[in-house]
Write a protein that binds this ligand. Structure first.
Ligand code: F6R
Length: 619
């Protein structure tokens, strides 16, 4: 949820930290702050700090006007508010009462009220409403009692409950930055003569592509030349080192006005990358990362797919595809509902967790519940080294590259590709489809990059539509079968970015109630299945006729040569001809473009929509 950065090295810590925060700002933008260990007037080192409500730009302006002193050790934070309003006081870093320790935090300390009470009874005066300030006071207490910062962090972490990444510096020890994690992301960047802490690798990708992933309940101490990992009891521990396979250019806008627009246009490449190396020229699938044996896959008698938000719509599409290809019953469930309904799971249940970030707390808690019930857990994830794949039995990475725009786009399309691959792989292993049938679908999948490019080449048509509807206050989306989740995704994108009323419906459900919403001129996007599935196609046309008869303005997405539906389309958006199950890959793209363009025309910040953050690391 929040973005955190830590640095110790030879460069100006202020610049490294602010630049890191810029690349992490997508994680939260309610406030930003920085703290440095700098030289003091009497020769000793002191903490200097600045923090401002609002976006990082406010902090940058403040520190440009009142330059921070030179320092080579520092931490920074960009916030998505949980405890306390997004104002200057609640912004991080939080300092101990004697300004000896500064702390930044991502997560929620669940026992903070009790700890705060204990501190207040001991005479501490807490200035903010945050849970984080409690951690700053506790760590400072330990340091003032003689502990070094690493030991202080270990001692305090043993007392904390909930989810947290904490990063701390000590005014009297400029040589180190100490961080800890439980149920919240933290990665170390390994440099030469310098080391870094980040919520994710974007924080330091400009400086190094060598990273160290930390395990659960671990503390890390970075100095210029060393990185030491321990558990909360101080026992030596190991992280896992890996090389980051993308660079700064991938995390920059590359000439686009928004990261989101750039990421929409990257989708043909992202789809190709998601397929790369996963099938041979005969369409035979090779999913080496699925570390669940073929025998175990043959024994699976139920699949449960868990996810939130857009990833949940990928799960809905996956259900249609996986059940069709494998005949294994497949349930889908929102992660936050899953573990509270006592789901029936056995050793033969495969739980598939879909998460772009790999850090969504609801999904993480759901997979832990599934593992306790002995189910096998497979993650579909975009973020190498994140918690969800690390805690799963197997993972299919989506290889979309960094997704910075808060609204998911290429993350979603590549999740779909990974779900299709999983379904086809299960069909291959279990023999529920012939090899040539699987190869035919794999061939169609391989052609999807070009098909998506075709839709993108027609973006101006969608932009003109956004111009036409820029004053609209309500939009509906309808679809059937695999087009239903596309409708939901189209509505979600519009809610998130344009802040207008948008609803997605299964077209068949309209006449059971929602049709009452139809009024003259209301724009309704209609996702029409390809004509191959006659019944579905015809039923969709009936739904379009019904809403048009009541005055709605129909915006029809259908195969380019579908002349059966064109008479009922006020606006027609042509789609390439593809199999029904794969149609979400092309049908979603105009809806992404529409939301992005409409929000731009309305003057909204497309990459950082209000109240949202990229990864939801609190339950
Ligand atoms: C919508 C969006 C969110 C995420 C959801 C799950 O555009 O991005 O709905 O899809 O928060 O996030 P992940 O996939 O990271 O678990």
């Amino acid at each position: 949820m929040c973005g955190i950065v830590g640095y110790v090295g030879e460069k100006q810590a202020r610049d490294v930290v602010v630049e890191g925060l810029r690349l992490l700002e997508y994680r939260g933008y309610d406030s930003a702050g920085i703290a440095l260990v700098a030289g003091g007037e009497l020769g000793q080192t002191v903490l200097v700090s600045d923090k401002r409500a609002g976006k990082l730009a406010n902090l940058e302006k403040a520190i440009a006007e009142d330059a921070l002193p030179a320092a080579t050790t520092g931490i920074g934070h960009t916030r998505w508010a949980t405890h306390g309003a997004p104002n200057d006081v609640n912004a991080h870093p939080h300092l101990g009462p004697q300004r000896r320790v500064a702390v930044v935090h991502n997560g929620i300390l669940e026992n903070f009220a009790r700890l705060r009470d204990e501190l207040e009874r001991a005479g501490h005066d807490l200035l903010s409403e945050t849970d984080t300030e409690v951690a700053a006071h506790l760590i400072e207490n330990e340091v003032l009692a003689g502990a070094d910062l690493t030991t202080a962090m270990q001692n305090v972490c043993r007392r904390l409950e909930g989810a947290f990444t904490l990063v701390a510096i000590d005014a009297h020890d400029p040589s180190r930055v100490v961080a800890a994690r439980r149920n919240s992301p933290l990665v170390v960047g390994l440099g030469v003569g310098e080391n870094f802490i980040g919520s994710d690798v974007a924080a330091f990708i400009e400086h190094t592509r060598e990273a160290l992933e930390l395990g659960q309940d671990q503390v890390v101490t970075i100095t210029r030349d060393a990185v030491a990992v321990s558990d909360f009891d101080g026992n030596e521990a190991q992280g896992r080192q890996y090389h980051v396979d993308w660079d700064l250019a991938a995390a920059e806008k590359d000439g686009y006005d928004w990261f989101m627009r750039k990421e929409i246009f990257e989708q043909p490449r992202a789809i190709a990358d998601a397929l790369l190396g996963r099938h041979d020229e005969n369409g035979q699938l090779q999913l080496d990362e699925v570390r669940i044996s073929d025998d175990e896959l043959r024994d699976i008698d139920k699949i449960v797919i868990i996810a939130c938000g857009t990833s949940n719509y990928a799960a809905m599409v996956a259900k249609y595809a996986i059940e069709h290809w494998t005949r294994i019953p497949c349930e889908i469930e929102l992660s936050h509902e899953f573990r509270y309904r006592d789901p029936i799971l056995t050793r033969n249940t495969l739980v598939v967790a879909i998460s772009q970030s790999g850090e969504t707390a609801d999904t993480l808690m759901a997979i832990r519940h599934a593992k306790k019930q002995k189910a096998k857990v497979l993650a579909i994830c975009n973020t190498n080294g994140s918690t969800i794949p690390r805690e799963s039995d197997a993972v299919i990475y989506t290889h979309a590259g960094p997704e910075i725009g808060v609204a998911s786009t290429k993350g979603f399309l590549t999740q779909l590709v990974a779900c299709y691959l999983l379904g086809l792989y299960l069909a291959q292993v279990r023999g529920t489809k012939y090899g040539d049938e699987i190869a035919a679908v794999v061939g169609e999948l391989a052609a999807m990059s070009d098909r998506v490019q075709q839709v993108l080449d027609d973006a101006d048509r969608v932009y003109a539509l956004a111009e036409r509807f820029k004053d609209t206050t309500s939009v509906l989306f309808i679809g059937r079968h695999a087009g239903f989740p596309v409708a939901l995704e189209g509505a979600l994108k519009l809610k998130e970015l344009a802040y207008i009323h948008a609803e997605g419906f299964a077209a068949g459900e309209l006449k059971h109630g929602p049709i009452a919403l139809i009024e003259p001129g209301l724009p309704v996007f209609c996702v029409v299945p390809p004509r191959g599935r006659d019944q579905l196609h015809d039923k969709m046309i009936s739904a379009i006729q019904e809403i048009r008869a009541r005055g709605a303005l129909t915006i029809v997405l259908a195969e380019a040569d579908d002349d059966e539906v064109t008479p009922y389309a006020d606006v027609f958006i042509p789609l390439p001809t593809v199999p029904t199950l794969l149609q979400p890959l092309v049908a979603t793209v105009p809806l992404q473009l529409f939301a992005c363009e409409l929000a731009t025309l309305m003057g909204h910040d497309v990459d950082q929509p209000r109240n949202l953050a990229k990864s939801v690391t609190v339950e």
